[in-house]
Design a protein around this ligand. Structure first.
Ligand code: PEP
Length: 250
């Protein structure tokens, strides 16, 4: 049985003062019934990891370089992330794919690097609006999944986040049927590649404008094992409300 996962991506938001949100979360919800992951900016990883000690919250980074070390000014490697106490990393977020021209081949290298460093890779994928309107969503997602995910994925080292680009930060979400179609498709494709037991252990998150108001409906959809939450993860009260909806999902 997959444990459900509520994940938050702070993106390029947050300074030391924002760590109070983590303290609020741990104080107000001492015994969460689902797994929690928060990905603050790299500047806060060590402090966030220290705050999470003794509380069932995983801290993750938002990207890593594919190499373990070297002449890559401004980049951060997977071993460096592990060194902060963090144990996960988002890879292939659409903002990285778009703003930094990251390809699925590059993302696969990053995933391997993350695994070698002992990090769980949260591999993000999803179609643009133009691709959905051209009825290419499943084709794009299949290619992103196949190429971004190296051999060796397990339920312990990998989470997949389906994030339609047009739903991120827009307030628009796909219909329940559209989310179900993609998540069922992802599960089948993972099963074909990895076999049923391994595929069944990999959590599939939905991401894109998840809010307290729509979380329960999304969590009732087949093969949705949780959410990757952007904007609504910045405030402990909103993130906790989404977490509670996941706890109450059947
Ligand atoms: C995200 O960036 O991963 C995301 C899902 O953002 P938002 O929840 O703000 O749409």
């Amino acid at each position: 049985m997959r444990r459900r996962l509520c994940a938050g991506n702070w993106k390029m938001n947050g300074t030391a003062a924002s760590l109070a949100e983590i303290e609020t979360l741990t104080r107000t919800h001492p015994t969460p019934q689902v797994d929690l992951l928060l990905c603050p900016p790299a500047t806060l990883l060590a402090q966030a990891s220290a705050l999470a000690v003794g509380y069932p919250l995983t801290i993750g980074a938002q990207d890593c370089h594919q190499a373990a070390s070297g002449a890559h000014t401004g980049d951060i490697s997977a071993p460096m992330i592990a060194d902060t106490g963090a144990s996960a990393v988002l890879l292939g977020h659409s903002e990285r794919r778009e703003n930094h021209h990251e390809t699925s081949d590059l993302i696969a290298e990053k995933v391997t690097s993350a695994w070698v460093a002992g990090l769980t890779a949260v591999v993000c994928l999803g179609e643009t609006l133009a691709q959905r309107e051209a009825a290419q969503a499943l084709e794009v997602i299949a290619d992103q999944l196949d190429t971004s995910l190296p051999d060796g994925a397990t339920g312990a080292n990998t989470v997949i986040a389906y994030e339609p680009v047009w739903a991120i930060g827009t307030g628009h979400t796909p219909t329940d049927a559209q989310i179900a179609e993609v998540h069922d498709f992802l599960r089948r494709r993972l099963t074909d590649r990895l076999g049923g037991d391994t595929a069944d252990a990999i959590r599939l998150l939905y991401g894109g404008s998840v809010k307290p108001a729509n979380a329960a409906e999304i969590f009732a959809i087949s093969n949705v094992d949780g959410a990757l939450v952007g904007g609504a993860s910045l405030k402990a009260t909103e993130f906790a409300a989404i977490m509670e909806a996941l706890e109450n999902a059947s």
